[in-house]
Write a protein of this length. Sequence first.
Length: 128
Amino acid sequence: EIEYIGKTFANGESTFKWRVTDNDVDFHNRPKSVTIGWTGTCCAKDTEWWFHNDNKVKGEQDKYTCNTGLKFDEKFKNDMTEPEEFTIVMHGNVPEVADATTLSVAMENKAFCLYKTPGPSCDCEPDS
């Protein structure tokens, strides 16, 4: 289950948040990575997620989903049934637009799900 939590703007930064919940008991369907992509040019300043390891966040195309964006590359553990939040911080007041973000979840069994959610509109320069 994917939920877009929303955008906040403070101290010259836009923060976008999503929540991913894995309720499937089949470990083959366990998420092994989440990729959050958007169109246009926005520079991510910071990220936050449950694994807390910057080395596991890369800007790239996910080879299973073909989604390009920030890839949070760590498999969900079997006991992770609570929602997990994924946060991207961008410089400036980046506009929020419906269906601006493609969020992909690659599963352990090589299946994947794609979701369109609200998110950053990077087709213009952000307001400071």
